[in-house]
Unconditional design. Structure first.
Length: 508
């Protein structure tokens, strides 16, 4: 089928093949090798099942998606990992649709397949967090922004406003995308012609209403989401400014494999011509400048102010930024990117999506998995739930403690209790003192978590810890470890609770 290059009519079928291979391989790899999810993943579920309009560290959209999907599909590690790849698949579909507006179908397929070589969308996509959740939202926003400006229909402007609001309700870093879209509208003739139409105002109204509801909730309930932004600023720190430089360099490094794959796929052209093409300012199709703005503006507006203001920026924030990189690479190349060159990119990406997980699987099978992924969370949850049922013959409604343990119990326990995270009502405003008195609570700390042990003794002065050792059960290539804990069970109708004297865990 591909012996003479990709024909445009083959593009849709090949895109589906690429999508299936990607989702299967990057779901199976961690599913076979990780006994436990990372602590943030557990925390997202613990938050999401409370269905609040905001949480102590982040806005609510990701926890809602996690809890909603798992409540429907089943609360398992495999389904969480599959959700991570659904997120990436949505981004790939949006980019494919966007690329087809300005490129031939075969070229649009190549533009998406180039993303497989960027770590954010392959092996780093295994972990679903607020930055990676923005990847699909970023792609959908770029798509609807293009539709809104080029097709001039009210429904696309409303969809754009909704996507921008969802981005902000996922992570406030999406403000850089809001700025990029706004900059493109006001700085281009095509964008300015829309200002006299109802569309931009309808989109802005949808955006403003959703953000107002969220901010009003945060202020009214004194939740630390907005205040958490200040935790990233270190104006007097010189070393922290290196984070801005490393952020910028990291994006170039992450982009490099896709550039190399592109250069290899186009090797039949002159090397000097290809290098000049990649560095030139091309003659773009109408509205294609948007592709550049949604990548370059957030990149620069993150790196430069972070350098000046001393922002503790993470390289992982760049995940959504590079989502249009495949389209940009092809736009930089002469418009006659051939079917054979597209074939090389597509075949290379599929081989990469199969080979790299297999190599990682071989390495991990030799004991190369990180320690956080062999935490015996399932066994801990089963043991604590059984202890509670045997003691009180009632459902485990509440669990509290420090790092890892309570969130893991909430995820894996058949009761899925609410979590008093870090024994702090600032972290977990959904758990009141009345709830603890009515339902009781299981307190579980890592044996070496001194703050958790101290806070538990302060909050519940009438109880003493008992030792608990949990041995994880290996299965297949997934290896677990033995972990020591301390615990006690606070029965229902306990009244001696000193919740205001705990030492609160910092948000960072």
């Amino acid at each position: 089928m591909l012996s003479h290059g990709i024909k445009d009519r083959q593009s849709n079928r090949l895109f589906v093949l690429f999508l299936v291979v990607h989702m299967v391989m990057w779901t199976v790899l961690p599913g076979l090798t990780r006994h436990e999810l990372d602590s943030d993943s557990m925390m997202h579920f613990a938050w999401g099942q409370e269905w609040m309009l905001s949480y102590n560290l982040h806005p609510p959209f990701l926890p809602w998606v996690v809890a909603g999907f798992l409540k429907i599909a089943g609360i398992t590690n495999w389904n969480y990992l599959f959700l991570s790849q659904i997120n990436i698949a949505i981004a790939f579909i949006a980019i494919y649709l966007l690329a087809r507006q300005i490129l031939r179908p075969a070229q649009a397929l190549a533009a998406v397949c180039l993303l497989e070589f960027i770590p954010y969308y392959s092996f780093l996509s295994i972990r679903l967090n607020h930055s990676s959740m923005l990847i699909s939202i970023w792609a959908l926003t770029a798509l609807f922004a293009y539709y809104a400006i080029s097709r001039r229909r009210l429904m696309y402007w409303i969809a754009l406003g909704l996507c921008l609001a969802i981005g902000m309700l996922t992570k406030y870093y999406a403000i850089t995308l809001v700025g990029a879209i706004g900059l493109y509208i006001i700085s281009t003739r095509q964008g300015r012609t829309q200002i006299g139409t109802p569309g931009p105002y309808a989109g802005a109204l949808v955006f403003a209403l959703l953000i107002y509801v969220h901010v009003d909730y945060v202020v009214d309930h004194r939740i630390g989401t907005v205040q958490h932004i200040s935790d990233y600023f270190f104006l007097d720190s010189l070393p922290i400014r290196w984070k801005a430089v490393s952020f910028f360099l990291a994006q170039l490094i992450y982009l490099l494999p896709a550039v190399i794959a592109f250069m290899l796929a186009t090797y039949s052209s002159s090397l000097s011509q290809r290098l000049r093409a990649l560095l030139r300012f091309p003659n773009l199709p109408e509205h294609a400048g948007l592709i550049y703005v949604v990548m370059l503006f957030p990149l620069l507006i993150t790196a430069i102010p972070s350098l000046v203001l001393g922002v503790d920026v993470s390289s992982r924030w760049g995940g959504p930024i590079l989502i249009t990189a495949g389209i940009m690479l092809i736009l930089q190349f002469p418009i006659n990117l051939t079917g054979i060159q597209c074939r090389r990119i597509v075949v290379g990406s599929i081989v990469y999506a199969i080979l790299v997980p297999l190599v990682m699987l071989a390495v991990i099978s030799q004991g190369g998995v990180e320690s956080r992924y062999n935490f015996p969370g399932k066994e801990l949850a089963s043991t604590v739930t059984r202890l509670w049922h045997d003691s009180f013959e009632s459902k485990l409604e509440l669990v509290g403690g420090g790092w890892m343990a309570p969130d893991s119990i909430a995820f894996h326990s058949i009761d899925h209790p609410s979590v008093l995270q870090h024994l702090s009502h600032q972290w977990s405003p959904w758990v009141s003192e009345t709830d603890i008195r009515d339902h009781g609570i299981a307190i579980v700390c890592l044996a070496d978590d001194k703050r958790c042990l101290s806070n538990a003794n302060t909050m519940f002065p009438g109880f003493k810890f008992q030792a608990l050792t949990i041995k994880g059960i290996d299965y297949g290539l997934s290896h677990s470890r033995t972990q020591r804990f301390r615990y006690f069970l606070v029965p229902p109708r306990t009244t001696n609770i000193q919740r205001d004297n705990v030492l609160h865990t910092p948000r960072r």
